[in-house]
Design a protein around this ligand. Structure first.
Ligand code: G16
Length: 545
């Protein structure tokens, strides 16, 4: 192996967003683009030299090539052991689990999550720290700073590694490249949390589930766990082969893109349980018989209320957390169970310090992510196993469990309206103008509702005291309704304005209404308050999630 030093110059646009660096594939295909960012990781995280690095991705277009480049750069930068998923595949939760199991100094995840793949799709890269979680803001800031001043990177030349074959190669330098089965360690961890015998009895009893892997990374995980280990009939996992372009699907498990699954749940097959995960396997969608979708904000609340039914959580939870725009359904459970509740900014990285400090055991977000202290990422297949455990223990369907939950805690009607690909300046101006008006809003009425409070969310991490500002604008109304506005940190084209609408309804007689109808006045108020149509020319959201 020969180490080459390649001259380069900085790219101005390598600032990590909510979850790593995400760009269109052609951006990543520019000469030196990936290499600059990877070298900046090695420079900003010196512990990797002489340490262990876990590496894998969701198999999307450019994954295989990027894995080869990163292995060669890791070797050139003195990483002692590189653990790679076979053929470059590892789900995001598996990377987190393996970092923790191996005591690695970090991991690199290649994914643009739920964004479409293929040559015209998106690609992404994210560094996870030695706790298994997305790097904290201080580390991503250091990586970004390094990308601004980089002049050269190091890469090994002349390597012939068979990354498609499980096995270990020790190089003359003593460095090791280990290719592992992507699924084995993850399944072993799931077995410590869930009663596989009970789940197997459920899935062999005629209960019929469908798991949609959306042609993305969870196909092999779903097949191994649901079909091979737990005995669900072959075909219970659909779209099970990871494809570079996800077979043209948009691997975002929401009611729009998981329409095939929802149709199957509503169809003649009379399926009992439906679920889906996203590109890299950290998000989840749960669907009841007949096609009822569980809102992610409800899902995390229901999981918190019932987690004790699975062995891994039988002793109860230490505390729970949600991102600020996630509905307050979880707060009601925390109150009922007398648990501490933390409200963090959007971005899984903010849960990491609470989990590390043992302050919470379960957390989740409106963006279809739920997870627990077992790793430091959200975890799609884990959420499905916990839901199945609850269904098995309570002997009720998803639909009945949701209805019971609302009866007990009330229903938080919830929708997120996304306005995608707005001109960045227009979007920033809209937010700035609203920020400037916040103090004047209380007392004003919009769409028949009166504002009681308005502020901008700022977060002080209770563990390390770090402060993260400007994390979303919140407006509260006199009818127990709330609107939150923020700009997405994961989009790759222009700006995405997210408007989160919610309204609490305690009366069980009013729990069966259409969320679009209940929340219509909020959507109108949001448009009026931001002068949405005048500023953006938009009158309808691109996506309602
Ligand atoms: C990432 C983050 C999540 C966040 C989501 C959406 O998820 O890990 O915490 O909720 O992005 O963020 P934004 O609203 O800024 O677009 P993923 O699944 O995309 O990695």
């Amino acid at each position: 192996m020969r180490v080459l030093r390649i001259e380069t110059s900085p790219f101005p646009d390598q600032e990590p967003g909510t979850s790593g660096l995400r760009k269109a594939v052609p951006v990543f295909q520019q000469p030196h683009y990936l290499e600059n960012f990877v070298q900046s990781i090695f420079d900003a995280v010196p512990e990797l030299r002489g340490g262990t690095l876990i590496l894998g991705g969701d198999g999307r277009f450019h994954n295989a090539e990027a894995v080869r480049v990163i292995v060669a750069m890791a070797l050139a930068n003195g990483v002692a052991r590189i653990v790679v998923g076979q053929s470059g595949l590892l789900s995001t939760p598996a990377v987190s689990a393996i970092i923790r199991k191996r005591g690695a100094q970090g991991g690199i995840v290649l994914s643009a999550s739920h964004n479409p793949g293929g040559p015209d799709g998106d690609f992404g890269i994210k560094f996870n720290a030695d706790n298994g979680g997305p790097a904290a803001p201080a580390v991503t800031t250091a990586i970004f700073a390094r990308t601004r001043e980089i002049t050269a990177y190091q890469i090994a030349d002349g390597l012939e590694l068979a990354l498609g074959t499980i096995g270990m190669t020790t190089l003359g330098s003593g460095q090791v490249v280990e290719v592992i089965d992507p699924v084995t360690d993850y399944v072993a961890l799931m077995q410590t949390l869930f009663d596989f015998d009970r789940l197997s009895a459920l899935l062999r009893s005629g209960f019929r589930m469908r798991f949609d892997a959306m042609n993305a990374v969870t196909g092999p995980y779903g097949r191994r766990i649901f079909e091979e280990r737990l005995g669900a009939p072959a075909g219970s996992v659909m779209n099970a082969v990871p494809l570079p372009d996800f077979g043209g699907l948009h691997p975002d498990p929401n009611p729009v893109y998981a329409a095939e699954l929802i149709a199957a749940m509503a169809g003649a097959e009379k399926l009992d349980f439906g679920a889906a995960s996203d590109g890299d396997g950290d998000r989840n969608l749960i669907v009841g018989p007949g096609g009822q979708v569980v809102a992610p904000s409800d899902s995390v609340a229901i999981l918190a209320a019932n987690a004790h039914l699975a062995p891994g959580y039988a002793a109860g939870l230490k505390g729970v957390a949600r991102s600020m725009p996630t509905s307050r359904a979880l707060d009601r459970v925390a109150k009922g169970l007398n648990l501490p509740l933390y409200e963090t900014p959007t971005g899984w990285k903010f849960f990491g310090s609470l989990l590390d400090a043992g302050m919470i055991s379960l957390c989740g977000e409106e963006s279809a992510g739920t997870g627990s202290s077992h790793i430091r990422e959200k975890d799609g297949v884990w959420a499905v196993l916990l839901w199945l455990s609850i269904v098995a223990a309570r002997k009720q369907s998803v639909t009945e469990i949701v209805a019971d939950h609302w009866r007990r805690y009330g229903r938080d009607y919830y929708q997120r309206h996304d306005y995608e690909e707005i001109d960045s300046k227009v979007a920033n101006d809209l937010v700035a103008a609203l920020r400037g008006r916040l103090a004047t809003l209380p007392g004003q009425s919009f769409a028949g509702m009166t504002v009681t409070a308005a502020d901008e969310f700022s977060y002080t991490d209770p563990v390390d005291g770090s402060v993260t500002e400007r994390q979303g604008l919140r407006i509260l109304f006199d009818n127990d309704a709330r609107i939150v506005f923020r700009l997405s940190g994961t989009g790759t084209k222009g700006a995405t304005l997210r408007i989160y609408l919610e309204r609490f309804e305690p009366d069980p007689a009013r729990h069966g209404l259409d969320p679009a109808v209940v929340l219509e006045p909020l959507a109108k108020a949001a448009a009026a308050i931001t002068e949405l149509a005048e500023r953006t020319g938009r009158t309808e959201p691109t996506v309602v999630a």
